[in-house]
Design a protein around this ligand. Structure first.
Ligand SMILES: [Zn+2]
Length: 298
């Protein structure tokens, strides 16, 4: 006993300020992760109900098969799914793996966003909202090939109105047009919106002329406009490039393996979301790669 207590006390003495800080950091990561799971659970409700035209507030969660109300203890992110073995408590209907998956993805992206913007809390909140919207939009687009205006219009408005406080925009895509920093940021955001939407609109127009079919929907154009308002011109071009690349590679692979028919629509909104997350997490790395490539080509 004596030895244990002495070891305990020596450990306490040995706690350097650095150790205390790292345990605080871990606690914050844990809180953000739990918060992410909770918002992921909310995302699941939106993903299921919005395309069906149901309210996201009422009624409370219920099993789609037996209609029984789901009790709070059966509705805890990840844990309830594991405890119930992925089945409804009452009728045994399988619960889609999508539920814990969306919760986990949201929690991890919340963690990464928190890490990225630790020094800029307002920008962090702006990007957490963007992330949550993108998760909901991309899952709905993946399943139904539509992007609800309910999300794209608010995204455009939020992107524009938050631009004066958006430190990411300031750092990586800000254009100085006047001595007023705020005005410059609003203009940068607006240009991102215009160029993002404009490029996709041109691609859509070209696709219609060349292939005589709808290559890009209006929802995609509104979504990239919203993303442009958050990220600015330079970055929205990165998003379009990465989304097209991912769409071609993943869509192509799905076609080769026979999972997709030849002219099946691809859910471009899902790729736009994926590209957006990559761009804001990896900047300024992408700009550095670009500058390196340019200097090699010279
Ligand atoms: Zn049931």
């Amino acid at each position: 006993m004596g030895e244990i207590s002495s070891r305990k006390s020596s450990k306490r003495v040995g706690n350097s300020p650095l150790e205390i800080r790292s345990s605080e950091v871990l606690l914050f990561y844990f809180i953000i992760f739990i918060l992410g799971l909770g918002f992921g659970s909310f995302a699941n409700v939106c993903i299921y109900r919005l395309p069906r035209g149901e309210s996201i507030i009422r009624p409370g969660s219920h099993c789609p098969k037996c209609g029984k109300q789901i009790k709070w203890y059966d509705n805890i992110p990840l844990i309830s799914y594991a405890l119930l073995g992925g089945k409804c408590r009452y009728c045994g209907e399988k619960i889609s793996l999508q539920y814990p998956l969306i919760e986990l993805i949201t929690a991890f992206l919340f963690l990464l966003t928190y890490r990225k913007f630790q020094g800029a809390p307002v920008t962090m909140v702006i990007f957490l909202l963007l992330i949550l919207s993108l998760i909901i939009v991309s899952a709905i687009d993946f399943q139904t090939y539509t992007i609800p205006n309910k999300f794209t219009y608010p995204l455009i408005i939020l992107g524009l109105f938050s631009s004066p406080f958006n430190s990411f925009l300031k750092e990586y895509s800000g254009i100085i047009i006047s001595s007023s920093k705020q005005l410059s940021l609003i203009v940068s955001s607006f240009l991102g919106l215009l160029v993002g939407g404009g490029v996709l609109y041109l691609i859509a127009l070209l696709g219609r002329k060349m292939f005589k079919r709808e290559a890009m929907g209006g929802g995609d154009i509104k979504l990239i406009s919203g993303v442009g308002a958050f990220l600015g011109v330079a970055n929205v071009l990165w998003v379009i490039f990465l989304a097209s690349l991912l769409g071609a590679v993943i869509g192509g692979a799905l076609r080769i393996t026979g999972k997709y028919k030849k002219f099946q629509e691809i859910a471009f909104g899902t790729y736009i979301s994926l590209g957006t997350v990559l761009v804001f997490l990896f900047q300024p790395g992408l700009n550095r790669i670009y500058i390196d490539l340019i200097s090699i080509c010279k």
